[in-house]
Design a binder for this molecule. Sequence first.
Ligand code: 5RP
Length: 319
Amino acid sequence: MDWGLKNRIARIISPADNKALMLAVDHGYFLGPTEKLEDLEKTITPLAKYCDSLMITRGALRTSVNPNYPLPVVLRVSGGTSIIGEDLSQEDITVSIKDAIRLNATALAMSVFVGSKHEYQTIVNLGKLVSEAEEYGIPVLAVTAVGKEIGTKDARYLSLACRIAAEQGAHIVKTYYCENFEKVVKSCPVPIIIAGGKKIPEKDALKLTYDALKAGAVGVDMGRNIWQSDNPVAMIKAVHSIVHGSNNAEQAFTMYKQLSQKPNQKPNNNKPNQKPNNNKPNQKPNNNKPNQKPNNNKPNQKPNNNKPNQKPNNNKPNQ
Ligand code: 5RP
């Protein structure tokens, strides 16, 4: 694999633990001003320091994210439909590779709608996007979109969709968690990341995160279950403690509850100032200073403290 491609993937999936915490805020591309994402900047700013990368659209990035903030961007480049339209599957590529490069995208993301009326168009678009993006060493994340049927797809369908996306050359596949998720992971030769899906109770979202990682997902690209939480910062820290830490779902939920307590409520006996990234000793702590001076030498690069030749994903021989 090309050095640039490897390097960009390493900004999304940390080589330190082969895990990824992506914050998804791209929903407006077909949902409009989704609840709690009406003011993009207000939602993103307090959460940005706890994720490894941001999944976002071109328009949201330009208007609502400080360019001095060194966070890798996974740029959504597909669209063309809306939640009130007839068919969500009729997506096309809406952003040129030149614009993605101008925006310093670390990776590109698009949806494929396997089994839908427009599967041909979206699958061919994926193949073409991979060919174009690889010319510039840019990885592509394929989202196995399920239209309005989230929650109704099983391991058989998701294995099919993920495998098709990988066979078209997607470098990372994002899909939904389901029962027998091991089956989906085992039959997909590239890393799998799960979406959170519709808002569910925090306890359940943390269990979903834990179960997905246990089944072999490399991480989450979570949106609504973080920023629609009553306590988004507490929630992303709890998710982080599973993805990059050693917490199980119960421990992460306890952490969420403790972090959610108001300062004038019961004192929090358990490390109130605990750092979110305590499992990444060498990772820059990103002190939540969106306006902080950019590091001119290393624009978006997280310190890659691992061996330069280390494979980002040792479990995926076919990558
Ligand atoms: C929409 C997307 C979203 O990024 C994805 O659904 C993740 O967000 P959530 O955790 O809210 O489901 O790709 O197609």
